[in-house]
Design a protein around this ligand. Sequence first.
Ligand code: SAH
Ligand code: SF4
Length: 376
Amino acid sequence: MSELKDLVGLSRDELAAEMAAIGEKAFRAKQLWHWIYNRGVTDFPLMTTLAKPLREKLAEHYVVRRPELSRLQTSVDGTRKWLLRFADGNEAETVYIPEDDRGAVCVSSQVGCTLTCKFCHTGTQLLVRNLTASEILGQFMTARDSYSEWPSPDDGGRLISNIVLMGMGEPLFNYDNVAKALKIVMDGEGIAVSKRRITLSTSGVVPMIRRCGEELAVNLAVSLHAVTDEIRDHIMPINKKYPLAELMAALRDYPTNNARRITFEYVMLKGVNDTLADARALVKLVDGIPAKFNLIPFNKWPGVPFECSDMKDIKRFSDFLFEAGYSAPIRQPRGSDILAACGQLKSDSERVRCSRLKERAAAGIEDDAHHAATAS
Ligand code: SAH
Ligand code: SF4
């Protein structure tokens, strides 16, 4: 493994300090920033505005790292999923969801998740660690590589226009690295995705919601999924620490307006949270918060003890919220044939080992069999 220092994920100041450390002027950092984040170049010899001796010096000390591609799958609906391997061998999944004139990359913030929401596949993964800023950025940049979106196209003309932190992990449990990565993503001289096009999804880490609002002010999505503490305690253990009243109080202080509402994600679980009475209580709960809803049909995975609500009940729930004046679309599951849909992400070593063996057996032929066999 390389001993060279990775430049991806350093702030502008840190990059300038690196240049000083190798005896270069600070403005070199600005040029490097452009090559790394606007042009997407990873090879120093290709950074042609830098003099050759400098390019050679950079190559002696540094690397512009990307995660290694462990597996790439494309769904029949165009959704693409990367299983990426980081320098220590850990892996995480990244998903690209194309829409008509744009698309979102769904980025992971942790390998696994320390929370154990009962309906979520990621929560069953034992091994957990935070991803570094470089690893978070590396996911987005790999997606950009894959669609050749370098140099950064103007906003409006991008296949990859939005970022959602809705992959594996709880982003507000890895706030520092997530914030560092997002500040780099938002930098106008680099990747330049505006905060309006970034959505961070949290299970409700109350103390960090305030900080996220003050420092990043990205769109916030909250995994609510229940309207009483009793049910939420049961399906989302974090509710015992930060119950609904505290969560709602923090959300009332989050920077929003009518154009920038908080998205409440609500996974539809049959017989658990899907009655009209639940919908009524939901409207009451969010009263006074600029809100919209995202109703997620529950995606099954092997061994999970829940069923998805009947479509007629989901529709009734959605209609009620709509009548009450809220946008409440039913999310179309995307990429479920490759286990890329919400809550299906998981990369535990067992599954990875299994798929590697199969890949080897298939002598380099891409292996979808394991996923196809387990997809709902
Ligand atoms: N940890 C953060 C980010 C993950 S986002 C969070 O929980 O918000 C992934 C979204 O998918 C969350 O809203 C999550 O609650 C939801 N989800 C998890 N498991 C699911 C499943 N099996 N079916 C549908 N949605 C699920
Ligand atoms: Fe973690 Fe979010 Fe899954 Fe809960 S829903 S286990 S917080 S990834």
